[in-house]
Design a protein around this ligand. Structure first.
Ligand SMILES: *[C@@H]1O[C@H](CO)[C@@H](O)[C@H](O)[C@H]1NC(C)=O
Ligand SMILES: *[C@@H]1O[C@H](CO)[C@@H](O)[C@H](O)[C@H]1NC(C)=O
Length: 397
C-alpha cells in the first residue's frame, strides 16, 4: 500500500494527466480478479517437491486417498495439485492441451471426478510462456482463453502458473491475460501466480491472482528455507484475505531438515499466512511428519480470519521474534533460534503490538499447553539452537 501511495505522489508531481491515467489503470486492474476465493491461505498438496516429473494418475489418486485417510483433508488440505509434466509436448489439431497418454491415460476429467467425489479439489499447472519449465509440455502463452476453458471443462479448481520460457515479456503483461481468461472460463479457479518474485508481485498480485510467489524455489534445507522466509517477510503488508504472499511449497517430510527445523518451517509458514501446500509423499507419511502438518492449533493461526501476516519484530544476532495479530485481540508470537546457540528470547509487548499493561495467558502451540503463569509486559522463553517456541497470547482482564 505504501508503495502505491508513493507512486501516486510521484505521478501527481508529474502532472494531473498522468495521475488520471494511473488511477484508471488501477481501477481496471481492480476488476480483473473477483473469484471470491482465498479468504484464508490455500491448503493442499502439490507433486513437485517430492516427485518432480515422476507423476501419473495412479499416484495422484492414491494421494487423494491418503489425504483423506490420514485426516489431513479434514484439517483443510483440500487442493490436490498436479505440477509440471502432465501433458503431451504437442497440442492436438485444434490446439488443445492433451494429457500425457502414458501417465494420464484416463484424462484429467476422470481425475477431477475422482478427487471431487472425495470432497477434494483438483489443481493443475501451466506456464506463462511457450513451454513449461520442464520443456516437456506447452505453456499457455498465446493460448490463455483456450486453456482456461479446457481447465474449466475438466473441472479444474486451481491453476499454478509458472514463468519459464517467457520470451522476456514482463509478468505484469502475461499474467493478467490468464486472469481474464480464468474469469471468463465459467468456473471459479484459484489463481496461483508463480513468477518467483521477479517483479515484486506483492505490489500488483492482489488484482491478478489469489497468491503470488515472492521468492525463488525452496530447497529442502534449513538455510534455503530461512532465506525464503526472510524474503517473504519483507512483503508482509501486502497479504490480505483474497491474496497471499507465497514463499513456495512445504518441504516438511522430505528428509532434508531435522524435525525441529521442519517445525520452524511449518510455524513460519503458518504465521506468515503462507499457502500450506504439502510437498512430501502423503501415501508414505511418517507419524512425525503427520504431527507437524496436522497440528491444528498451528493451522488455525494460518487460517485465522483476520488474515494478518506476521512480521519479524526483533532480531538480536541469531535470535528472532516474529509476531502478528489474530482475531479476538490475540497475538501470535514465534521465538526462533536460527544459529548454533541456545538462548533466552524475549517478546516485549511494545514489539509485538500489545498495550504495555496488558496481562496475558500464553498457549504453547507445539506443547499444547496453556501457562498457569500470567505474563505482563514481556514473555521470555529458552529456545534451543535450530528450534522455536510458538505462543498465542490472550489478554485476560
Ligand atoms: C506412478 O508414479 C509413482 C511415483 O513416481 C511411481 O512409483 C509409480 O511406479 C508410477 N506408476 C506407474 C504406473 O507409472
Ligand atoms: C493501561 O495503561 C493506560 C495508560 O497508562 C491506562 O489508561 C489504562 O487504564 C491501563 N489499563 C489497565 C487495565 O490497567
Amino acid at each position: 500500500m505504501l508503495m502505491m501511495i508513493t507512486m501516486m505522489v510521484v505521478q501527481a508531481a508529474a502532472g494531473e494527466g498522468r495521475t488520471y491515467e494511473y488511477k484508471s489503470m488501477q481501477s481496471e486492474r481492480r476488476n480483473l480478479l473477483a473469484n471470491g476465493l482465498a479468504n484464508t491461505p490455500q491448503m493442499g498438496w502439490n507433486s513437485w517437491n517430492h516427485f518432480y516429473c515422476n507423476i501419473n494418475e495412479t499416484m495422484i489418486r492414491e494421494t487423494a486417498d491418503a489425504l483423506v485417510s490420514t485426516g489431513l483433508a479434514k484439517l483443510g488440505y483440500k487442493y490436490v495439485n498436479i505440477d509440471d509434466c502432465w501433458a503431451e509436448l504437442n497440442r492436438d489439431q485444434k490446439g488443445n492441451l492433451v494429457p500425457k497418454k502414458t501417465t494420464f491415460p484416463s484424462g484429467i476429467k476422470a481425475l477431477s471426478d475422482y478427487v471431487h467425489n472425495k470432497a477434494l479439489k483438483l489443481g493443475i499447472y501451466s506456464d506463462a510462456g511457450s513451454l513449461t519449465c520442464s520443456k516437456t509440455m506447452p505453456g499457455s502463452l498465446g493460448h490463455e482463453e483456450q486453456d482456461a476453458k479446457t481447465f474449466a471443462s475438466w473441472g479444474i479448481d486451481y491453476l499454478k502458473y509458472d514463468n519459464c520460457n517467457n520470451n522476456e515479456i514482463k509478468p505484469t503483461v502475461r499474467y493478467p491475460i490468464m486472469t481474464k481468461a480464468l474469469m471468463n472460463a465459467g468456473r471459479p479457479i484459484f489463481f496461483s501466480l508463480c513468477e518467483w518474485g521477479d517483479m515484486h508481485p506483492a505490489l500488483w498480485g492482489s488484482t491478478v491472482g489469489n497468491s503470488w510467489r515472492t521468492t525463488n524455489d525452496i530447497k529442502d534445507n534449513f538455510d534455503s528455507m530461512m532465506q525464503i522466509a526472510d524474503m517473504n517477510e519483507y512483503y508482509a503488508e501486502y497479504a490480505r484475505p483474497g491474496g497471499w504472499n507465497d514463499p513456495d511449497m512445504l518441504e516438511v517430510g522430505n528428509g532434508g531438515m531435522t524435525k525441529d527445523e521442519y517445525i520452524i518451517h511449518f510455524s513460519i509458514w503458518a504465521i506468515s499466512k503462507a499457502p500450506l501446500i504439502i510437498g512430501c509423499d502423503v501415501r508414505d507419511i511418517s507419524k512425525e511428519t503427520l504431527n507437524i502438518l496436522g497440528n491444528r492449533e498451528v493451522i488455525a493461526v494460518n487460517q485465522d480470519r483476520l488474515g494478518v501476516q506476521a512480521k519479524k519484530v526483533r532480531t538480536e544476532g541469531d535470535f528472532e521474534v516474529w509476531a502478528g495479530s489474530l482475531s479476538r485481540y490475540r497475538v501470535v508470537v514465534l521465538l526462533v533460534s536460527r544459529g548454533p546457540e541456545p538462548g533466552p528470547i524475549t517478546a516485549h509487548w511494545d514489539d509485538i503490538g500489545l498495550p504495555p499493561n496488558t496481562t496475558v495467558v500464553a498457549r504453547d502451540l507445539w506443547l499444547h499447553k496453556t501457562s498457569s503463569q500470567r505474563f505482563a509486559g514481556k514473555l521470555t522463553a529458552t529456545v534451543a539452537s535450530h528450534t522455536c517456541k510458538m505462543f498465542i497470547l490472550k489478554p485476560v482482564a
